[in-house]
Design a protein. Structure first.
Length: 304
C-alpha cells in the first residue's frame, strides 16, 4: 500500500538539508507511511513561500526568513525541530588569529538572511574584544564559496559546510566557530504551518518521527551519509564530503529540539531593522510537542 504523498522543501544544497535527504534516500519516510519527495526551493524565502502557498507541507530552512514572516504577520509558521546550521568565520589564508582581524572587512550578502545576521553579530562581538571589523557587501555575480576571500572582495566570510570545508582545505582558517555562542544546531530546522499541525497532527507526528530516525541514520552511518551528501549537493571531492560529515557529527543532538534562546537572539538582532521583532516572543515560533513525545517515549534509544 502506498504511503501518503507529500513534498518537503529545503532552502539550499548545503549541509543543513543533509538529514532530510538522508531520511528520504534511506527509505525511512516510507517506513512511517509517507511517500515524501524533496524539493530545492531556492533559499529560505522560497521555503516560506512554498509552505504558505501549499506547494510543500514541511520545509527545512534557517530561522530569519520564518521569524520575519511571522513578525510581519505574513505567515503562521513554526519550527517543529531544530536542524543543522553550523557556521564559521573563515578568513583569508594570511590571517591566523582572531586578533589579526582588526581593520578587516567581513563580507555579507545583503539579503536579510542568516548570513547577514551573523555578520552583524560577530562584528559586535569582536568589538567587545577590541577588534574593529567592518561589513563589506558582496556582489552576487560570480561569487561562490571562498572566492571573495581570494579576489580581494573581503577578508573574512561567515560560511557553512561544505563550502567552509572547501575553504579550509584551500588554506583559509576558521577563526570563529559560532558554537561558541550557542548557535550551532539552533538557528533553523524543520518548519510547518500551524494550520497543518491543527488539521493533520498524525501526519506531522509521522514526519517528525521519520526525520528523527533519519538523523540517527545520518549520525550512525558515515559512509551512507557521505555518499548522499555528495549526490544531492554535487560534491565531487570525497574529502570535502567526509570533512563535512566529520565536522557535523560531534555536536549533533540526538533529539533536535528547537532552541528558544537562539531564536530569541535572532529576533534581537533582527530588531535593528524590524522594530516589532524586539517584543516578539520566540516561543511562539516553535511547536516542540512531537520531539518531546519522542523524547519521553525513548524512541531514539529504541533505534540502537
Amino acid at each position: 500500500m502506498a504511503g501518503e504523498s507529500l513534498i518537503a522543501g529545503y532552502a539550499t544544497i548545503g549541509q543543513g538539508a543533509g538529514p532530510l535527504i538522508v531520511t528520504e534516500r534511506a527509505g525511512i519516510f516510507a517506513r512511517h507511511g509517507l511517500e515524501v519527495a524533496t524539493r530545492l526551493m531556492g533559499g529560505a524565502k522560497g521555503v516560506v513561500k512554498g509552505l504558505m502557498d501549499g506547494e510543500i507541507l514541511f520545509g527545512n530552512l534557517a530561522a530569519p526568513a520564518l521569524l520575519r514572516a511571522g513578525v510581519e504577520g505574513k505567515a503562521d509558521l513554526v519550527f517543529l525541530t531544530g536542524g543543522i546550521n553550523q557556521q564559521f568565520l573563515v578568513a583569508r589564508p594570511r590571517f591566523r588569529r582572531r586578533g589579526e582581524l582588526d581593520g578587516a572587512r567581513i563580507g555579507f550578502l545583503g539579503d536579510g538572511g542568516l548570513n547577514d545576521l551573523l555578520v552583524r553579530f560577530i562584528i559586535e562581538q569582536l568589538q567587545t574584544q577590541g577588534i574593529r571589523a567592518s561589513a563589506a557587501q558582496l556582489s552576487r555575480e560570480g561569487q561562490r564559496g571562498a572566492a571573495p576571500l581570494f579576489d580581494g572582495a573581503c577578508d573574512a566570510l561567515v560560511m557553512t559546510p561544505p563550502e567552509a570545508v572547501e575553504a579550509k582545505i584551500a588554506g583559509c582558517p576558521f577563526l570563529v566557530d559560532f558554537a561558541e555562542f550557542g548557535f550551532n544546531y539552533a538557528l533553523g530546522g524543520i518548519a510547518a504551518r500551524r494550520r497543518t499541525i491543527a488539521e493533520s497532527p498524525g501526519l506531522v507526528r509521522r514526519f517528525v518521527s521519520a526525520y528523527v530516525e533519519g538523523m540517527h541514520r545520518y549520525r550512525s552511518d558515515r559512509d551512507f551519509t557521505v555518499r548522499v551528501q555528495q549526490e544531492y549537493s554535487g560534491i565531487t571531492d570525497r574529502e570535502v564530503a567526509e570533512g563535512t560529515y566529520d565536522l557535523t557529527c560531534p555536536g549533533m543532538p540526538e533529539l533536535p529540539y528547537p532552541v528558544v534562546e537562539a531564536l530569541g537572539e535572532a529576533l534581537k538582532m533582527m530588531s535593528r531593522d524590524l522594530p516589532a521583532a524586539a517584543t516578539a516572543d520566540p516561543r511562539t515560533f516553535i511547536d516542540d510537542r512531537f520531539v518531546r513525545e519522542l523524547d519521553e517515549s525513548g524512541f531514539v534509544r529504541s533505534l540502537g
